[in-house]
Write a protein of this length. Structure first.
Length: 188
């Protein structure tokens, strides 16, 4: 299944999709994320958000839920199933496309590096797990949700490892690509 997923990402990754996903990613960064950050700050009352933390305990998650209040929790949940469904898709497509495109040019088709395009996919999947579990905890508050309250933090941490890892893989691929491009130009 992972081989098919990686191959599928490679099959859709070309110069045009790279440009399109870059434009989509840039639009989110420039116009949508600042607005979402402002709204999140308003609903959280400065209490923070599970999404932007690297690690938090179940007690800290419940403290956030308390600080949000009923309206804030509803706004948080609504945001997880609107904006925060589209955002993981946007960054996953951007990173997956660019990694696929760059690594296809750098490595043989059967090279293990070709599977590096799965790293952002795992980031997006764990982001959706995080959104779902945090929303359940917020919806049930003040009733506790044992196990899921702790898993939410694990999902968040895992998401960040894969998302940040994706950017590292992307930058490494980009640097290697630029190096080979310069090298080929000098030897030609």
């Amino acid at each position: 299944m992972l081989n098919k997923l990686s191959s599928g990402m490679h099959s859709i990754s070309n110069g045009w999709t790279a440009v399109l996903t870059l434009a989509l990613f840039a639009a989110f960064i420039i116009w949508i994320l600042p607005n979402q950050a402002e709204q999140a700050e308003a609903i959280s009352g400065g209490a923070g958000s599970p999404d932007s933390s690297f690690y938090y305990s179940a007690a800290e998650l419940y403290a956030m839920a308390e600080a949000y209040g009923p309206e804030g929790r509803q706004a948080y949940i609504r945001s997880r199933f609107t904006f925060d469904v589209v955002w993981p898709l946007a960054y996953t497509l951007f990173l997956g496309t660019w990694i696929s495109w760059a690594f296809r040019k750098l490595h043989a088709a059967d090279a293990l590096w070709q599977k590096a395009n799965l790293v952002p996919i795992f980031g997006g999947i764990f982001d959706l797990f995080e959104n779902s579990s945090a929303s359940i905890v917020m919806a049930r508050y003040p009733i506790t949700t044992p196990i899921l309250d702790s898993l939410t933090a694990v999902f968040t941490m895992t998401k960040w490892v894969f998302v940040r890892g994706s950017f590292i893989v992307f930058l490494v691929g980009l640097l290697i690509g630029v190096f080979f491009w310069v090298y080929r130009r000098k030897t030609a």
